[in-house]
Ligand binder design. Structure first.
Ligand SMILES: Cc1cc2nc3c(=O)[nH]c(=O)nc-3n(C[C@H](O)[C@H](O)[C@H](O)COP(=O)(O)OP(=O)(O)OC[C@H]3O[C@@H](n4cnc5c(N)ncnc54)[C@H](O)[C@@H]3O)c2cc1C
Length: 409
């Protein structure tokens, strides 16, 4: 086992690594740090497993069809780490599925996603009982083992339980309001309840609150815009319920047409299927307008269903269940994984801006963040061929769009 970081001489730290924010990223980072033998503390502002951030709910897609090739090795690593965590905990959180990717043939990012996944053209007239109807000439490609559904809240709980098993302390209802440099090195973390924790290092994974917290504690401006995003469940037409299940081999899917729609097989709620649309209106995570834009989004998805899956789903009755979530968007939809820098140097590591596609990567990102805090760099990323340079904060210096203006990941 590699050594945990040691505090500078004369400095007393209560913890080696303090992780702020217990969504999927913070929970995975705390587990990864504790697994290295570090004394880890995970602090969460609300109740554990609350529904106010980005990591709650019953399902998230894992898929290898990524237009940006840089994410492919990260997904592969994450898949391996999901399996390791399932084996370590005895929980099952990932249900494998094929991944169906479809959209107009002139979409360069769609073609790149298909290529990067090694997906193969499939005849939608015959596959999956002809459930999908798409315009002639569209690309319809399947990656047979590339998809899957992650049980989101259960997965977060799994990593929190594993972190505790490895010796981490977990505290909820502990809102961090201050992160300061320790007088003798390390970091001092303060909560709104007046508690003070000293750590050699701090990992900040506060989701939609990242810009606010880092502005207030370090004066750093991160271009991360929270969006109010809807999760919608629709009723499967009577007699079709079994065909659309994960058990029957129904895929996770994403359509890059207009609107950009994604869905998961019927799994967590029998007789219902999750089909939603990317994006949503900007929001303030502390002052939510809970039904902003909902009517427009549900109408767009209902229209898509009527055109693309008319024989199988009942769109006319509207969605049966609506849940709210937040996507924390960067201008290029790429993650932020970096040291905070400035006065904090490498003492504070930031994981933020997961732009609506981070959940699947949680175990990989958590490992990177923990290794950056403990070792100053991530050996796991290097070994997996994940280039972390493109997730640095300074990509936005004098360059508001960051890596590129193409948000299609
Ligand atoms: C509708 C929707 C669908 C999605 N679908 C997919 C998908 O299919 N596949 C996929 O890979 N990804 C998907 N995502 C994205 C994914 O869910 C997120 O990228 C991921 O959950 C982000 O996790 P996080 O830990 O960064 O943020 P969060 O889960 O929000 O965690 C941050 C935590 O920090 C806490 N916190 C905030 N401030 C403080 C403070 N001051 N002190 C202490 N704690 C604090 C918050 O309370 C919160 O618990 C989706 C997101 C949404 C909204």
């Amino acid at each position: 086992m590699a050594a945990a970081p040691t505090a500078p001489a004369g400095h007393r730290s209560d913890f080696d690594v303090i992780v702020v924010g217990a969504g999927i990223m913070g929970s995975c980072a705390a587990h990864a740090a504790a697994s290295r033998g570090a004394r880890a503390l995970l602090l969460e502002r609300f109740d554990l497993l609350h529904g106010l951030g980005s990591s709650h709910g019953d399902s998230r897609i894992i898929r290898d069809a990524y237009a940006k090739a840089r994410y492919v090795p990260m997904v592969r690593l994450a898949r391996r780490l999901w399996a390791d965590a399932e084996a370590e905990s005895g929980y099952r959180v990932l249900t494998p599925a094929p991944q169906l990717t479809f959209g107009p043939r002139d979409s360069a990012s769609l073609l790149a996603a298909v290529r990067n996944a090694g997906a193969e053209e499939v005849d939608l007239a015959t596959r999956w009982g002809g459930a999908f109807r798409v315009p002639d000439g569209w690309v319809t490609a399947v990656s047979e083992h590339g998809g899957g559904v992650l049980n989101a809240t259960k997965a977060v709980a799994m990593f929190q339980a594993l972190a505790v098993k490895k010796g981490a302390a977990v505290r909820d209802n502990a809102e961090v309001v201050g992160i300061e440099k320790g007088a003798e090195g390390g970091v001092v973390v303060r909560t709104s309840g007046g508690e003070v924790f000293r750590g050699a290092k701090c990992v900040v994974t506060v989701g939609a609150w990242a810009s606010k917290l880092l502005r207030s504690v370090a004066g750093v401006e991160l271009p991360i815009q929270p969006l109010h995003t809807l999760i919608l469940y629709w009723r499967v037409k009577p007699g079709r319920e079994r065909e659309l299940t994960a058990k029957a081999g129904f895929p996770t899917f994403s359509s890059s047409g207009d609107p950009p729609v994604y869905g998961t097989p019927s799994l967590e709620l029998p007789g219902l299927i999750k089909i939603s649309c990317d994006g949503g209106p900007p929001c303030d995570p502390d002052n939510r307008n809970w039904d902003a834009g909902d009517k427009e989004v549900t109408e767009r998805v209902a229209r898509w269903i009527e055109e693309a899956m008319p024989g199988h789903l009942d769109a006319a009755g509207g969605p049966v269940i609506r849940q709210s979530c937040i996507c924390s968007m960067t201008p290029d939809a790429d993650f932020v994984i970096d040291f905070l820098g400035g006065d904090f140097g490498e003492d504070v590591v930031v994981g933020a801006g997961f732009s609506g596609h981070g959940f699947k990567m949680g175990p990989a990102v958590g490992r990177f963040l923990a290794e950056m805090a403990i070792d100053g760099k991530s050996k796991t990323a290097a070994e997996a061929g994940v280039e972390l340079g493109c997730y640095r904060i300074n990509r936005f210096d004098g360059n508001p769009m960051g890596n590129d203006a193409n948000k299609d990941y």
